[in-house]
Design a protein around this ligand. Sequence first.
Ligand SMILES: *[C@@H]1O[C@H](CO)[C@@H](O)[C@H](O)[C@H]1NC(C)=O
Ligand SMILES: *[C@@H]1O[C@H](CO)[C@@H](O)[C@H](O)[C@H]1NC(C)=O
Ligand SMILES: *[C@@H]1O[C@H](CO)[C@@H](O)[C@H](O)[C@H]1NC(C)=O
Length: 415
Amino acid sequence: MRFIPAFLACLSLATATILENGQARLNPYPGQAVKIPNIADNDPTWKTYPPDAHQISYKGRWCSKYISWWSSPGINFRYAGDDVAITFGEHTSNGVLLAWRISGQPWNFANVTAGDTYQFINKDTPGQKTAVDGQQNTFEFRVTNWALGVQLKRVHVTKGTRIYGIPEFHRKIEMIGDSLTAGYTATYEGISSFAWGLCEGLGNVEFTFTAYSGICLTDKLCWGNPRGQLYQWLQTSDTGFRAQQIYGTNPEPWPFNKHQKADIVVINLGTNDSNQGTETGRVPDAEFQANYIKLIASIHEKYPRAQVIAMQIWQGFYSYGNTHLQNLDGYQAGILAAVDSFKKKDGGNFVHYFNTTGILQHNDINPLWHPTDTGHIKVAAHLMQFIKLKFNWELGNTGKEVYSHTTYWNDLPDY
Ligand SMILES: *[C@@H]1O[C@H](CO)[C@@H](O)[C@H](O)[C@H]1NC(C)=O
Ligand SMILES: *[C@@H]1O[C@H](CO)[C@@H](O)[C@H](O)[C@H]1NC(C)=O
Ligand SMILES: *[C@@H]1O[C@H](CO)[C@@H](O)[C@H](O)[C@H]1NC(C)=O
């Protein structure tokens, strides 16, 4: 841990360190919601909705107890009036960080805790009064950390006003991955990840990130995760401690038939399988390849019309003589052979290989072997273009903020 000057540490309750070039970011989580007394259902100033209100859309995977799982889950709805408050249930992680916003405004950050009610929006919240087209505002939040989550208990808006549902976008992407997809060590984790950059960056797609740090493709214990994605992506909850406490070894199967089907599924798995540090050693190449084929078959069964993109995993760089080289120990042959096996078998071309070699350079990978924020943005940008060229999808985000707080890189006229 680095030394944080005491005057910084007491700036705000939510101050924890984000380092940028070795300096502590002054206000890393701006936009904290105001904690208010809990609101009774018949309160004269608030109109209250239960978590099963049909106007509330759940994004990503949530279980029947309205608890969020995996990376970057969230909710959205439209609202009239000036006030929005949310009450969080007992299964909310202490101090979990949410990114939230009004419509296409910049993302704000709020730490929330179990059992408490927070007012996110009042009449003075930036963006609340500036809709130019007479449209109602949208309220949205996303959980930033894959291992933590919230339980939605109540939604409250100004008495005499109401909330409205937002129709789903016509298309959906699911990203199945590990810590790389979940944004481990990226500034705002899930919402700084390449998964976010791709899906939020496309702007007009629904998305789910079934990604969890340390998880393997192979169904085995990896870095404390009892099961691999071959099993776990079929479940509602992830492999974390929260899920083990609530569901033990019997997670709720994900009710695929009740949800919008994915049109594209992106797989980025194998990094932890290949890691000598997994509890039982590196998964052999042939076994990994067989499991990769099983995963694609399982995706095809659940989403028969989906295009599957198999991302070549990347390893770190090492210095070699007077330059750097990339470690090429990432099941290249196995992933390629898995992709090819579908070409031969099905005649269909629904499986595509995404070659990541040459996208990241040595300084795009941080000392913990994960992409820097810049690295994530590069991977996202290349994936977007791949999807546009291959499937003719449009780049549909024409203005909403995607990556929060990236202007510090260079938003000044001087150089
Ligand atoms: C807010 O969330 C951030 C990111 O998880 C964390 O570092 C910080 O300690 C949290 N603050 C509080 C007061 O819980
Ligand atoms: C695999 O998981 C462990 C534990 O989360 C982590 O330390 C390691 O860096 C992971 N490898 C990657 C890059 O996913
Ligand atoms: C991936 O890209 C690298 C760099 O362009 C190239 O050397 C390699 O042959 C490519 N792999 C495949 C399977 O196309």
